[in-house]
Design a protein around this ligand. Sequence first.
Ligand code: V47
Ligand code: SF4
Length: 362
Amino acid sequence: MNTAEYFAPKQHELADKIFQGKRITAQEAIRLFDEFTPPQLSLLAVERKQLASGNKVFYNRNLHIEPTNICVYNCRFCSYKAKSEADSYLFTANDILQKIAEVADNITEVHITGGVHPDWGIRFFADMLKGIKDAFPTLHIKAFTAVEIGFMCRIDKMSIAEGLTTLRNAGLDSMPGGGAEIFDEDIRLIISPEKPSGNDWLSVHQQAHAIGIPSNATMLFGHVENFTQRISHMELLRNLQDKTMGFNAFIPLKFKNRDNRMSDVAETAVVEDLKTYAIARIFLDNIPHLKAYWPALGRDFAQLSLQFGVDDLDGTINDSTTIYTRAGSSENQAMNTKELQKMISDAGFRPVERNSVYREIN
Ligand code: V47
Ligand code: SF4
């Protein structure tokens, strides 16, 4: 690539470094936010995506289940937790088995996370996982954020390592990336003051990776944090990944402002969102996949994000998820495989179905 055509002289050195696949520093990532245009970032991010996954864009067939919307925490950005007893729900183990049974022939993964229930501990969830594995032995179970696991361990007075081992032995195959928000403690105090710290989140994932449970990582962005805090968040993830190589995917989650206690905070512009995806792709050089979770973002944005380094659009079946519809996403939460494939090929990429650990499924 002749960088002179697309980049100003002061940008050449950094653009060349990125084209050569070299690691960039946090200061350089801030420069990408401040000094580079969206078309320039698109060029750089797609180049780095090609290194990681060529022309492929992945999707999977999964079902998201949220067992309850009752939660002990009161995150200010959350539109999801029950506002009153009348608004609350709890699924029984049988409800969950029934929901899976309805679509089991069409999925390879079940994704389970929800509110942090005050009484449900490790043993309760281990029984739930065993029930699912007994009934559907080939389904991959991706379940429970680090925040949920931390609380479950407290209920049953177990260490994090004991809790994780119990869940793994009961059928937990991997963990989703929720609960990370923004690791910066000053921001956490504003948006989710009761939630355990960023270090706690990182420690749960480190311990999960150590016993063979891979996971994802998220970042809730576009509220009261600044670019430096976004990059610091990613830097902590990059540092941990250097040690464990246990993260499969990074998922930036754009803050949605409807029906929560941060509704006065304006949502970010699409251009800023796309820049954030591109910079994540470039900066997180050791996390192989960048996921745009389309039910939250909308199909149009998700398709556009493929030009900014995204190589994964998550799943096709999203039957009972409400965390985003409540916060203002108007998406119909289900898309069939053909629609998803078309969305990817229309954007110029090759759709590839994956399993939960990114093996290709023919
Ligand atoms: O941790 C809550 C976020 C997360 C809002 O790992 C909000 O494959 C935006 O982590 N605006 C849960 N975001 C969802 C999650 C996830 C989703 C899809 C795939 C995977 C995966 C993980 O949702 C929470 C929080 O950061 N969230 N409220 C809101 N108003
Ligand atoms: Fe509970 Fe999660 Fe909502 Fe926080 S974001 S209140 S932990 S459901």
